[in-house]
Design a protein around this ligand. Structure first.
Ligand SMILES: [Zn+2]
Length: 307
């Protein structure tokens, strides 16, 4: 190692993962709100909006009403948002969260998952995201850097880019599961960063493989989207899925993007089948495809480039 022992390197990687995990939580919570504010949707518009119709179609009527009501409640405050403003506050009692109650995972454990002021429960997603982020960045540090005795700048650059992909993935995974939404604010920069990565690190894949990977990923899903719409009159795939596949294609390259799609489809079918057999889902419902694309990409990235 440069000037850190292996243990110290792993420790700081975990710390870095925790801090960024905390930031990812802010993105997960705010980006959907910012999107809805941008279109300036009133409650009525929001009911009629495409997003809600898709949501309503995909969940059971009883659950749907409750879920939509909760969604509107959480998005119908007039507060303007961006990623840094306002500072975090409890969604129930609006009390600002003080810095010592905002320590990743630890605060959640100390407060036993409840707001200090109003005791309403804090979602388990927050500490879960921080934990996964911490474990992921430690795992990446181990796989990419710690196998070598000297951390050169090339390895560190690799580590930074793999971390970026991982952090974007967590944010999109959770947002897509919750809202069936893959924000352009995440998919576009991710694709761009994939191309940058391959420019700096051609031993991963060449830049032309990256660009064609993105194009082919986008095209394959775009064609599937329109074929499905043509024959069934419905939208089986989200438009965000098309952009996400393009972005991921830029990371894995043209030689791997079809593997990603294959793994994602298999995982999606398996999950769908499991949910139907457990009576949690009906045949007519759609499930978010983004999480499976993300899982497929990580499987390919680990197998092809890290092991
Ligand atoms: Zn509160």
């Amino acid at each position: 190692m440069l000037f850190l022992t292996k243990f110290e390197f792993l420790f700081f990687s975990g710390l870095y993962g925790l801090i960024f995990g905390s930031f990812i939580n802010v993105l997960i919570y705010r980006i959907p709100k910012i999107i809805i504010h941008e279109y300036d949707l009133t409650i009525f518009d929001y009911f009629k909006s495409h997003l809600t119709i898709r949501l309503a179609r995909s969940i059971e009527p009883l659950k749907a009403r409750k879920k939509i009501r909760n969604l509107i409640k959480s998005t119908n405050d007039t507060q303007k948002y961006n990623v840094f403003f306002p500072s975090s506050y409890c969604p129930k009692c609006k009390t600002s969260i003080r810095f010592f109650d905002n320590i990743p995972i630890i605060s959640y454990l100390i407060l036993r998952g409840k707001c200090r002021t109003c005791s309403s429960s804090i979602g388990v997603t927050y500490p879960a995201v921080e934990f996964i982020s911490m474990m992921g960045s430690m795992g990446l540090a181990y796989l990419i850097v710690l196998d070598y005795d000297f951390a050169n700048s090339r390895l560190i650059l690799n580590l930074v880019f793999f971390n970026i992909l991982f952090l974007f993935s967590i944010a999109m995974f959770v947002i897509d599961c919750r809202f069936k939404l893959l924000p352009d604010a995440l998919t576009f920069p991710l694709g761009f960063l994939g191309i940058i990565f391959c420019t700096f690190e051609p031993s991963h894949i060449e830049i032309n493989e990256s660009i064609f990977g993105g194009l082919i990923g986008f095209l394959v899903l775009w064609i599937l989207f329109w074929l499905y719409k043509f024959f069934s009159g419905k939208e089986g795939l989200g438009r965000g899925d098309i952009k996400l596949t393009g972005a991921l294609g830029a990371w894995v390259g043209i030689s791997n993007i079809m593997d990603v799609l294959l793994i994602a489809s298999l995982l999606g079918l398996l999950t769908s089948g499991l949910m139907i057999s457990l009576n949690k889902h009906s045949y007519k419902q759609t499930i978010a495809f983004g999480p499976f694309l993300i899982l497929g990409t990580h499987f390919v990235m680990i197998k092809e480039f890290l092991l």
